[in-house]
Design a protein around this ligand. Structure first.
Ligand SMILES: Nc1ncnc2c1ncn2[C@@H]1O[C@H](COP(=O)(O)OP(=O)(O)OP(=O)(O)O)[C@@H](O)[C@H]1O
Ligand SMILES: [Mg+2]
Length: 497
């Protein structure tokens, strides 16, 4: 039984599906007819692109470049794919925010109809005081006010009152001190919700202060777009399907499915992972986001699966990543891990750990399943449990089979050394060729630093593994110590040739 699963499912209890899907701000503020009108502007998923520079790209063999596709045209999901079409950014890109510059959109809105004043306008309300803001009847200023889903409102406002509220300013016209009637086109409200991006969020994995002011309008914007808008999805507004052609499912995790996809605009292959359950609440979404925040904060390293992009869609988190060939769990039984291969994997993942530990992050879920191979290079992936070493975020440890005793006893003082234990256990498992138990005497032996002999393997190698799983975390080598260990001299030499 995986402790991780228990822990994760604790946080994921709210992930259980079956709840009525909440509608996004756009649909809340539009009449049904208008919604259809706006949605109809979105193009259908285009056919995959065929980059004219494919041959040029193929000659470029940068290690972190995604795979190139080699699929024939007839494999794609557009039956009448016209290879002569011109790649258009407008056509391909996901219109996350429809801007007012989009004349097609504006032209398509029937302004005459929308600007027709309501037969019964609200009574004129004299603003009582500047501090009170607005009269009780002046309720149509919030673009998400439920009243906006009804008919348009007419407002009369004092000029100075208008200056205090940007929304009001946009909805009224004032000449001098004269009060004038103005109408609130619902299309404008809808556009405002679409134009206004969701707020920025601070990445908890980045220590240094940022020069960028983090979302000065966060509170106000979140009324419109929500912190993690789930408005895409349903009604054909799928960024996933617009931007990617799904080829096949390549993996299933406890909480996610992973697909091999072709990105339409660049013609390259990627892995896209998405949560299997809908994340209804911001807290769930924040938690899921930690994985991408950690990846984004870390930046690129040759031994870490590259992260490209992420987004919410249909209340699920999508993560676009570098596509790897396989993870070490695949074919584990048939694959015999020689000492040389084990040393290579150990060295490369130790380099990944050194990189992330230097950046103040612990992985906390190092195991064969989360070690990927691409072009014979080992890469650490699945940062779903990554956490700052300073324990500034709640800790969610990974698979119990690879966790040291201190973590199972909820002692979190040496988080970087947890990764060292897990890596030692993972390599030991790969060399032994049989899965580690999740309980029983063998489980305890490993946590007490007692490894059974590995016939045919050097003493130096076995001693190194023994040090890595030392019951005392302080006795385990750091990732840096590991990388510098002379046992890897041969691996280093091979890497340089
Ligand atoms: N970048 C990738 N390239 C190729 N395959 C991948 C990639 N990412 C994930 N996979 C496959 O998908 C499986 C599940 O992915 P991942 O471990 O990230 O999901 P998860 O839900 O976090 O899983 P768990 O919590 O069970 O470890 C992996 O074991 C692997 O087989
Ligand atoms: Mg995993």
């Amino acid at each position: 039984m995986k402790r991780k699963n228990l822990k994760r499912s604790g946080g994921g209890s709210g992930k259980t599906g079956g709840r009525k899907k909440t509608k996004g701000p756009l649909s809340r503020s539009l009449q049904p007819g208008q919604q259809a009108q706006l949605f109809s502007l979105r193009p259908q998923p285009p056919p995959p692109s065929f980059p004219p520079f494919q041959s040029l790209q193929d000659s470029d063999s940068a290690p972190l470049e995604p795979h190139r596709h080699t699929m024939p045209a007839h494999d794609f999901d557009a039956p009448d794919a016209n290879l002569d079409f011109i790649l258009s950014q407008d056509f391909f890109c996901t219109p996350d925010y429809i801007t007012p510059d989009n004349q097609n959109l504006l032209n398509s809105v029937n302004f005459n109809k929308e600007n027709t004043p309501c037969p019964k306008s609200p009574e004129k309300v004299k603003t009582a005081s500047k501090t009170s803001g607005r009269g009780t009847d002046s309720i149509s200023l919030n673009p998400l006010s439920p009243s906006l889903s009804g008919c348009p409102h007419i407002e009369e406002l004092e000029e100075d009152t208008l200056e205090r509220d940007e929304a009001k300013t946009e909805k009224t016209s004032v000449k001098g001190n004269k009060k004038v009637h103005s109408y609130v086109p619902q299309s404008a409200v809808a556009l405002r919700c679409r134009v206004m991006p969701p707020p920025c969020i601070k990445n908890p994995y980045l220590n240094e202060g940022s020069d960028i002011e983090i979302d000065p309008f966060g509170n106000r914007r979140s009324k419109c777009a929500g912190f993690f808008p789930a408005i895409i999805g349903g009604d054909g507004l799928s960024r996933y399907h617009t931007d990617f052609h799904e080829i096949e499912q390549i993996g299933t995790g406890n909480f996610s499915r992973v697909f091999k996809v072709l990105k339409r605009i660049d013609g390259c292959l990627y892995a896209v992972k998405h949560s299997t359950r809908q994340l209804h609440h911001d807290t769930e979404r924040r938690k899921a986001l930690m994985e991408v925040q950690a990846l984004a904060a870390l930046g690129s390293h040759e031994n870490i699966t590259s992260y490209y992009s992420s987004w919410f869609e249909n209340e699920q988190l999508y993560i676009q990543m570098e596509l790897c060939d396989y993870s070490l769990s695949v074919g584990k039984s048939s694959q015999s891990f020689t000492e040389n291969e084990a040393l290579k994997a150990l060295y490369q993942i130790a380099k990944a750990l050194q990189f992330i530990h230097d950046r103040g992050i612990a992985h906390l879920d190092v195991k064969p399943d989360n070690i990927y191979v691409k072009n014979s290079v080992y890469k650490l992936g699945d940062f779903g449990c990554a956490t700052p070493l300073d324990k500034s975020l709640p800790i969610e440890e990974g698979d119990a089979r690879y966790m040291p005793l201190e973590i199972l006893n909820d002692v979190y003082d040496h988080l970087s050394k947890v990764d060292i234990f897990s890596l030692g256990a993972a390599i030991y498992e790969l060399v032994r060729g049989s899965p580690l138990p999740d309980s029983g005497p063998q489980f305890l032996n490993l946590r007490e630093g007692r490894l059974s002999l590995l016939p045919g393997h050097s003493l130096q190698f076995q001693n190194l593994l023994k040090m890595m799983v030392d019951p005392d975390p302080r006795q385990r080598p750091s990732a840096k110590d590991l990388v510098q260990n002379p046992i890897f001299d041969r691996v280093r030499r091979n890497a340089n040739t």
